[in-house]
Structure formats: C-alpha cells, structure tokens
Design a protein around this ligand. Structure first.
Ligand code: ZN
Length: 341
C-alpha cells in the first residue's frame, strides 16, 4: 500500500493523525511545488473541539515550541473531544524568523478571511477560515512580542459586546494561568484571525507570551501549562497536577494613551523595565542620536499611571515605534480609566 503524501487529515476520525496543509507555491526552484504545513488532529469520544495555533507570526517561538511538545505527548485515550494543533501556521515566516512571510511579505494576522486564489499567505488564511475555524468551539492563537517587542507573559482577550461570551472568555483567560491577562479594545481588528473567529461565534483567546525572538525556560513553561490548563478547563483532559491555575492579574489597555510611541529615530534607552509601576508624567525612556553625541536625548514620558506590560526589545528605534505599552487593573464596569482626560 502506498501512503498518501501530503497526508490528508480526516477531522472526523478517532485517533491521532499528523498531516499537512498543502499550499500550492510554484516557483523557480520548485515548479508545481507546495508549502507543507504540519497539522495534527487528535480525537476521541465526545467533547468540544479546540484549535491551537502558533507561528501566525514567524518570529514568535513560545507557541510553536509548546505546541510541538503537546503534539508529541497528546494521545487520543487521554482526551474527550478533538484537539487540532498547527504549531507553525505561517511556516515560511517561522523558518525565516520573520514576522511576515519571506515569500509575499504577508502578515497572516491581517489577511483574514484570505483568498483561495491569492498569495501563499492569503491562501493559509483562507484554509484556516474555511476548514479550521468552522470546526472549532474554542480557538487559541499563541503569539508573543516577536523580534521587536517583549511582554510580561500574558493571555489576551477582547472586550466583547455579548456579556455571556465575554464572561466565558474571561473565565478561560483566568484558567490559562499566565501572570497577566489583558482585556484589549483592539485598535486595528481588520483582517485578524481573532475577528474571524469571534465573528463565527467561537470562544477566542490569544497570548503575548514573551518576545525578543528568543525563548526562556519560564516562558515556555507558562505556554505549556497554559495550554494544558485550557484543555482541562474545557473538559478535554483531567486537570494537570499543578492545579488550580496560578492567579492571573487581569488588566486592560484602555486606549492609545497607554502606548508610548517613539518621537525620534535613534537608540532607545529604557529607564524602566517590564513589570514596573509608572506614574503619569514619569520619564520612562530616552532616545539618543548616535550622530550627535553632545545633543540631548529625546525624553519620553508615560501619559498614564500604570504597569509596563510590554517594552521594545530592540535598542534601535524609529519614529512611531512602540517603546512601551502600559496597562491598568481591569474593571469590568468599563468606567472611564483613572487619570483619563
Ligand atoms: Zn504575533
């Protein structure tokens, strides 16, 4: 018997299957070739379907590593339901250590719902939109800060208009067990996998698990434990041994005033670090011009009092780069944030 390759996935079959999402990509050195993105489906018994994705942005490795380790260990007999895992969703970007695809410069998380006749990255989005999202009850897309940002490891949800879905998503966010849970009002939701899943009525979580295009033992552990906690929270597995989940500080980034954007090109010197509590008006960073050693650096101040949840990972910065993201403790009543004007 000849084994089919790339292996097709039968999402309805019980058992553990490894297959490929085949994206046609005919090019100079591979006429009629395809990009083969590994996909795992583990199904047993009756239960919900959870879709777990990493590598939506290629330079964010906490999710891919945690999901590859899960893929190796997950056995059908241990679950009730279906787990679909794609550790490296934008595989060309993951292999190139780039946020966007080296083939078409596509930012996968801005191209939903995709296009079946479009560029390779548009086709990946279309496959997720039409084949994966409709099958899922819960969607978890694991991100981190990538090359340019570094986050306090966080699990992320959007403020949702439906109160019941908001409460269920908030409960899942707390079950993940990351140090911080962020409730975001998305500034630019157009084309995101988040919006595509939410528009289909799926429970959706994202993460920002670290960054700097590198890994630490602690951050990988948070990713692994968080995914296991979610499988348990939704009844697919028994609770891991270290339960209950560690407490999560739920915070929000109310609006653009909580971002500190660079006002100069140069070398970014942070004056505070991740996790610091800062007050409105405090100097948090300065940008030096290497061509003007006697000139004064451009000092950047926090507009709001809050906690530093993200910091630019690269010293080199340009006008408009995010230097810091601040957050405040989340209040579900959605009153106006303290100090806002
Ligand atoms: Zn990302």
């Amino acid at each position: 018997m000849v084994t089919a390759f790339p292996a097709p996935i039968d999402f309805e079959a019980d058992g553990k299957q490894l297959g490929h999402i085949a994206i046609p990509h005919s090019r100079h050195d591979s006429a009629w070739g395809s990009i083969l993105i590994p996909i795992l489906c583990v199904k047993h018994g009756t239960g919900p379907t959870i879709l777990l994705t990493g590598g939506n942005h290629g330079d964010e490795y906490e999710g891919p590593v945690a999901l590859m380790k899960l893929a190796r260990s997950l056995e059908p007999g241990a679950i009730m339901g279906r787990v679909i895992v794609v550790p490296a969703l934008n595989l060309p970007a993951v292999l190139a250590n780039r946020r966007t695809s080296p083939i078409d410069d596509g930012n996968l998380n801005r191209l939903f719902p995709g296009d079946p006749r479009g560029t390779p990255t548009q086709r990946i989005a279309h496959y997720v939109q039409t084949e994966l999202l409709p099958r899922a009850d819960v969607v978890v897309d694991l991100h981190s800060g990538g090359s340019s940002l570094d986050f306090v490891p966080a699990v992320v949800m959007h403020a949702l208009p439906d109160a019941d879905m908001h409460a269920r998503t908030l409960a899942a966010l707390q079950a993940f067990g990351a140090p911080i849970g962020l409730v975001l009002e998305e500034l630019d939701a157009q084309g995101m996998m988040d919006s595509a899943a939410e528009d289909m009525g799926k429970l959706f979580l994202s993460t920002e698990l670290g960054g700097g295009a590198t890994l630490t033992p602690e951050r990988v552990a948070i990713a692994e434990r968080g995914v296991a906690n979610l499988l348990a929270h939704f009844g697919l597995i028994a609770w891991p041994l270290d339960q209950p989940p560690r407490p999560t500080r739920v915070m929000s980034v109310p609006d653009t005033h909580w971002y500190v954007l660079s006002r100069a090109d140069g070398v970014f010197e942070p004056l505070v670090d991740l996790g610091a509590a800062v007050t409105a008006g405090q100097a948090v960073g300065q940008v030096h011009d290497p061509t003007d050693p006697l000139g004064q650096p451009v000092i950047h101040h926090a507009e709001r009092s809050g906690t530093v949840v993200a910091k630019r990972a690269m010293a080199r910065c340009a006008l408009g780069d995010s230097l810091f993201v601040l957050a405040e403790d989340y209040r579900s009543s959605r009153e106006s944030p303290a100090g806002a004007s």
